[in-house]
Design a protein around this ligand. Structure first.
Ligand SMILES: [Zn+2]
Length: 114
């Protein structure tokens, strides 16, 4: 279960990434955002959903922890790299969540051999 605040954060980052892309490449037509299927699932998103106005989420089979602006033009590699770090932040926040194990009992203590 992903908290709503994280999705809001993600959407903000996606919107910023798309806006930055469109600013750098005003002649490109942006139609989607690509993520790995693993990220789409762990974020509780749906492939093919309109994640931002006019922007459709696609499973592009790319690396996890990153998203790609999908457009009809050639991409600026530097821009793509800066976008990748953005979702890394979301990913590590998730990994940093404490794992609770109710009723967990520590195993038998390992005794030194004497
Ligand atoms: Zn582009």
């Amino acid at each position: 279960m992903v908290e709503t605040s994280k999705i809001a954060y993600l959407l903000e980052r996606l919107a910023q990434g798309v806006a930055a892309h469109d600013r750098e490449n005003p002649d490109h037509h942006t139609w989607g955002v690509g993520m790995s299927g693993f990220d789409i699932e762990r974020l509780g998103l749906e492939e093919g959903e309109q994640i931002l106005p006019g922007i459709v989420l696609q499973n592009d089979g790319g690396v996890t922890g990153a998203f790609r602006v999908l457009c009809d033009g050639d991409h600026d590699a530097a821009l793509e790299e800066s976008e990748e770090e953005v979702i890394d932040a979301v990913g590590s926040e998730e990994l940093a969540e404490p794992v609770s194990a109710p009723g967990y009992e520590p195993g038998p203590r390992v005794k030194p051999p004497f």
